[in-house]
Structures are given as structure tokens and as C-alpha cells.
Design a protein around this ligand. Structure first.
Ligand code: ADP
Length: 252
């Protein structure tokens, strides 16, 4: 596996408060990595560092082997796109919302049409081109935000709680879209979630976050198999015992 981005002993403070504390993490090319932790554990801040929107106070971040600095961060920002938890859509059609990033990159009109249709298909928004983005349901708006990000075809896609505030049906559509984007475009995805079920099923690996630190990194089986102290306290699970289920003679 190739390492796409790497954080080494990274610390970020806001005033007196240390929000990321000595974080070391590798992001592998092509994976979906879930950041799982309670509210306030530093997930959004970590995503902003990976989007090169925030510079760390200490430690190092590298992207494809190159160290990110104040000087090159603007160029690096073209390699990474973040979809924020609260979607801000323009007062315009779905087509225009998704085409916007390509227009400012001065892409040819025919190519924009082609790329927008591909992104809308992936986001399960075929036929939505002329609809007003702001008049769509919450789940559909979130999919427009995803389409707007994935049309840029950046190497790294960062999703902050992509299904927060959505009902289970819309949440599962978004999860399917994320899995398809990763599979079809080979986009590396880092997604923050506080939803344990989502973390268990969607990402290839999970990083558990607590108080600005990463306490564990592993596959879903590894992380959920051993129900560590961090995970148990986060999930408010107490007194967990191992056991075997057996069918009794009467079939119960
Ligand atoms: P999460 O995404 O896990 O909920 P955040 O990264 O949003 O966590 O926040 C971690 C902590 O950092 C919180 O206590 C939050 O209040 C604080 N924080 C985040 N951004 C700022 C900021 N710009 N200024 C001051 N404190 C911040």
C-alpha cells in the first residue's frame, strides 16, 4: 500500500486549548479511513489539517512525500476537498452548483457537461440538473455537496459527518455513494463520524479519537473485536463479558 498523506507528531492549539495532541497517522492511497470519536474529540480539526486549511503548531504533515508548508499549502489545497457537516449551497440549479468548481478551473463546456453528468450519476442525482439546489431535501442537498466535491477529482476527499441529521434511508444512500466513489474513482476518503454502526461497516480502517489523541488504528474487526477502553467508554458500554450462545434442547 502507498501512503498518500502522513501526520507525524502533530499538535494543534486554539489559544490555551490543545485540540490535536501528538497525532501520528498514515492515510493509505485508495482507502476509506473513518475517524471515530465523540463530539469535541478533534475530528473536524484533523480533517481541516488534511484539507491544508489549518497549519499545525507542531509536527509535520506530508502529502505524497512532500512536506506541507505555509508556502505550498495553496497548491496542496488543489489535491484535497472537504465536505463540511453543514452544507452551504448556492441559490442556483444543481447543474450550476456542481459545475462551479470546473468553471473556475476554466474547463471546456463540453467536458464540464460530461464531468457533471458523471458526478450526478455517482451521487444518484440523475435528472436533478435543473432543480434548485436549495429547495431539495436534506439528503439530496448533501448528495449535491458530495457531487460538487467529487467532480473535482482530487486525490483526497474529506467528509465531516456526512450523514449527520439524516434519516436512516437517506443515510444509507449517502453511504452507498461514498462506497461507489471510492470504488469507481479510487478516491482516498477520510470521514469523521460519531456513528459506531457506520464506522463498523463503511471504512476499511478506523482511527479512534479521544481528547485530541488517536488512541487506536485498525480494521473494523480489530477495533470492534477487542472493544477497547476508549471504544467502550465512548459507546457507554460497561460490564462487557465474553461468552458463547448455545441452542437449548427446547430450541430456545
Ligand atoms: P469534533 O469534530 O470531534 O466534534 P472539533 O475538531 O470540531 O471536534 O473540535 C475539537 C475542540 O476544538 C472542541 O472543543 C472545539 O470547541 C475546539 N475548536 C474547534 N475549532 C476551534 C476554533 N477555531 N477556535 C477555538 N476552538 C476550537
Amino acid at each position: 500500500m502507498t501512503v498518500l498523506a502522513e501526520l507525524k507528531n502533530l499538535t494543534k492549539r486554539f489559544g490555551e486549548r490543545t485540540v490535536l495532541n501528538d497525532v501520528t497517522l498514515q492515510i493509505q492511497e485508495g482507502e476509506i479511513l473513518g475517524l471515530l470519536g465523540p463530539n469535541g474529540s478533534g475530528k473536524t480539526t484533523l480533517l481541516k489539517v488534511l484539507a491544508f486549511l489549518l497549519m499545525p503548531d507542531a509536527g509535520e504533515i506530508t502529502f505524497r512525500g512532500e512536506t506541507v508548508t505555509e508556502k505550498n499549502s495553496e497548491r496542496m489545497r488543489l489535491e484535497s476537498t472537504m465536505v463540511f457537516q453543514k452544507t452551504m449551497l448556492f441559490n442556483t440549479s444543481v447543474y450550476n452548483s456542481v459545475a462551479y468548481g470546473l468553471r473556475i478551473r476554466k474547463m471546456h463546456k463540453n467536458k464540464i457537461d460530461e464531468e457533471v453528468s458523471k458526478a450526478l450519476r455517482l451521487a444518484k442525482l440523475e435528472g436533478f440538473e435543473k432543480r434548485q439546489a436549495k429547495k431539495l431535501s436534506g439528503g439530496e442537498q448533501q448528495r449535491v455537496a458530495l457531487a460538487r466535491a467529487l467532480v473535482l477529482k482530487t486525490k483526497l476527499l474529506l467528509l465531516d459527518e456526512p450523514t449527520a441529521n439524516l434519516d436512516p434511508k437517506n443515510a444509507s444512500i449517502i453511504e452507498e455513494v461514498i462506497a461507489n466513489v471510492n470504488r469507481e474513482l479510487k478516491t482516498t476518503i477520510v470521514m469523521a463520524t460519531h456513528n459506531m454502526f457506520q464506522a463498523k461497516n463503511l471504512p476499511h480502517r478506523i482511527a479512534l479519537m479521544e481528547d485530541g489523541r488517536i488512541s487506536e488504528v485498525g480494521t473494523s474487526t480489530e477495533i470492534f473485536g477487542r472493544l477497547s477502553k476508549t471504544l467502550a467508554s465512548f459507546a457507554a458500554v460497561e460490564n462487557t463479558f465474553a461468552g458463547t450462545a448455545r441452542i437449548s434442547e427446547d430450541g430456545s
